[in-house]
Design a protein. Structure first.
Length: 123
């Protein structure tokens, strides 16, 4: 696993939103999708409200890589499925960062959304 440098980790982790472009099978990038991003420890995560059936999530499964942009950082990434033991820490990060959006944040804390938790790793 490749790790983020401290500056990029802090910038992306503090950003309100992240734009994610996943790679198609032919290597071209899909249109960007804007979503929430959280930092838990030294790792960055995203989730699909629609779970593994969400269109953007399914797009990440083609090549397991793409590009993200947030907090002034643009980076090529690998999408790694998070282990279930990481979910509680990611849940806490979502609650802390986005808890002010009470009626919305609960949608990323469902079992369906947890199943789509992806760790973003720089490449």
């Amino acid at each position: 696993m490749t790790t983020w440098n401290g500056s990029d980790l802090a910038s992306i982790g503090a950003a309100e939103e992240l734009d994610l472009e996943s790679e198609r099978g032919d290597g071209s990038l899909r249109a960007p999708v804007t979503m929430w991003v959280v930092r838990a420890g030294d790792r960055l995560y995203v989730r699909s409200v629609k779970g593994v059936d969400g269109p953007w999530y399914r797009g990440t499964r083609s090549r397991h890589q793409g590009r993200v942009e947030a907090g002034g950082v643009r980076a090529d990434v690998t999408f790694r499925h998070a282990d279930p033991h990481e979910y509680a820490e990611v849940d806490a990060a979502y609650r802390k960062k986005y808890g002010r959006y009470t009626s919305i944040v609960e949608h990323v804390l469902t079992d369906q959304a947890r199943a789509s938790t992806l760790r973003l790793e720089p490449r």
